[in-house]
Write a protein that binds this ligand. Structure first.
Ligand code: ADP
Length: 506
């Protein structure tokens, strides 16, 4: 069972598949090349024997003379070269008259079988018909076998006697055994070479595929070592600047992002438990004290009121957290609509007038007559409310808070500034973090203290609108939040807004 699974794991592996496709390609290539070479070799050998027979035919005409039905070979019998040539010409040789009656023949030709008179007569007729005066006319090629099965190529045609009157049938041949042997030998060599080459190719392919996949395995092993507790591990690149290095780099970047969000989650859950523990401990303390020490109804009432305040704070935190997590996980989609931002700011400034008065803070808004933009009204109101409530909260009596609105080319700019206590430079980078409160901004978290979530919301709302937020602050002098948001498609008929602030003393 295990063996079978191992086998399946190997056959499904990339290395196996790479090698298999390589071997298949190699086999098809080898067989194709072998077939082509064999066909080419066969044609070359065939052409060669045809050429030999053509030359021998021409030579016959030089040596053979026929006078009045009497064929004679003319050559110098004392010349060994000429004798040899004529002997060769007559090795596979037949001469008949036009009726097919044999006049001269070699024993080899007899072994192959003398052509039938009917066939000879027909050939002679065809050849004469196709011959111009004095030429040989059509030639006939055939392949024949002797009693032992040895193949011969035969070239037949006609020659005329010296008076150019009567045609005679001549056939000469040459053994093809040599050619057949060469082809057979070639086939056998190739049949031996193909499997050997294939096995060698397979081994080589397996080795190369293994080498190519080695770094992939290294990456996989390194990736396996990375877990939630050691997300700081990185896979070293090979400095080869290749696809694999790119993969490693992408992988490392992914781990980096994972590490960041892991860190954020850890921080967040720590913060949450800390924030929740404080009011819970307070409630418990108050109730315990009431239980053991309170005697009058008023004392009980006091304990319950203060416990209720802490419970309010608890539910405030939970609500805010829920909203923030919905926002950050993308479940809180923006509902953009065309609105007049001037009107929104105007209304909010009006709402904040009473708390500002109570704190002895002068609050004013500077808005153009109209400021159209495509934004999510609820979120924009929440954003300005958070900024305004901070500004009022952190500005001492006699100070001033101002909201300014400007319409730029395709942007709107909202500035909330105060003459409050400001934020020291070293704390500025953290003020948008969840639960962050500038140290020394109050004693231990109490019911009147902020949750440290307001600016996290502001940051999310700005980001969701693809805008930017900047803070300028000098301790003791004041703080300025500058937000720029894309105005969106404000539609036709909107007149171009020129920055024309109207002092709205509210
Ligand atoms: P909180 O609910 O505590 O106000 P925020 O996220 O809104 O939380 O703000 C984070 C911290 O930034 C605040 O605790 C405060 O110390 C500081 N802060 C925010 N706005 C101002 C401001 N206008 N002036 C001075 N400090 C501010």
């Amino acid at each position: 069972m295990i063996r079978r699974r191992n086998y399946r794991r190997i056959t499904r592996g990339l290395r196996f598949r790479l090698t298999a496709s390589y071997a298949l390609f190699f086999a098809v290539l080898l067989i194709g090349v072998a077939g082509l070479l064999r066909a080419r070799l066969a044609t070359m050998l065939d052409n060669q024997v045809h050429d030999v027979l053509d030359q021998e035919w021409a030579a016959i005409k030089g040596y053979l003379r026929i006078y009045k039905a009497d064929p004679r070979w003319y050559y110098d019998e004392h010349d060994p070269d000429e004798t040899f040539i004529v002997e060769r010409l007559r090795r596979v040789y037949l001469l008949t008259n036009s009726d097919g009656k044999p006049m001269q023949w070699s024993t080899t030709y007899q072994g192959i079988g003398i052509d039938s008179p009917a066939e000879i007569q027909q050939r002679v007729r065809l050849a004469v018909a196709s011959s111009a005066p004095g030429t040989a006319g059509k030639t006939f090629w055939s392949e024949r076998w002797d009693a032992q099965g040895a193949p011969y190529l035969i070239r037949a045609g006609i020659v005329f006697d010296e008076q150019h009157r009567a045609p005679y049938y001549v056939a000469i041949g040459t053994p093809l055994t040599n050619n057949a042997n060469i082809l057979r030998e070639f086939t056998w060599i190739y049949l031996g070479v193909i499997p050997t080459a294939l096995i060698l190719g397979l081994l080589f392919g397996w080795f190369m595929a293994g080498r190519a996949l080695e770094p992939v395995m290294a990456v996989a092993q390194a990736a396996q070592r990375i877990s939630g507790s050691n997300l700081s591990l990185r896979i070293p690149t090979r400095q080869a600047n290749d696809e694999l290095d790119y993969l490693i780099l992408t992988f490392n970047r992914m781990i980096e992002r994972l590490e960041a969000s892991f860190q954020q989650m850890k921080q967040f859950s720590g913060d949450v438990s800390h924030e929740l523990r404080t009011p819970i401990t307070a409630i418990r303390g108050q109730l315990e004290v009431a239980l053991f020490t309170a005697k009058t109804t008023d004392q009980y009432r006091e304990a319950m009121v203060s416990a209720l305040q802490d419970i309010d704070r608890l539910s405030q935190i939970v609500r805010a957290l829920l909203l923030l997590s919905q926002a950050e996980s993308g479940q809180l989609a923006l509902q953009k609509s065309r609105l007049d931002l001037s009107e929104v700011v105007h209304d909010l400034v009006e709402q904040f007038q009473i708390p500002a008065d109570a704190e002895g803070v002068r609050l004013r808004g500077e808005t153009p007559r109209e400021c159209p933009a495509e934004l999510d009204r609820v979120q924009i109101e929440r954003m300005i409310t958070n900024l305004l409530s901070n500004a009022v909260k952190f500005t001492p009596e006699g100070g001033e808070v101002c909201v300014r609105l400007r319409s730029l080319a395709d942007m709107v700019e909202i500035v909330v500034e105060d003459t409050g206590r400001g934020i020291p430079g070293e704390y500025l980078p953290h003020i948008f973090d969840r639960f962050y409160r500038v140290p020394g901004s109050g004693s231990a978290p109490g019911p009147d203290q902020g949750l440290g979530l307001g600016l996290s919301f502001v940051a999310w709302i700005v980001k969701a609108h693809q805008g930017t937020i900047d803070v300028e602050s000098s301790p003791g002098k004041g703080t300025r939040f500058i937000i720029r948001l894309p105005a969106g498609k404000v539609g036709a008929g909107t007149q171009e807004m020129t920055p024309q602030p109207i002092m709205n003393e509210l």
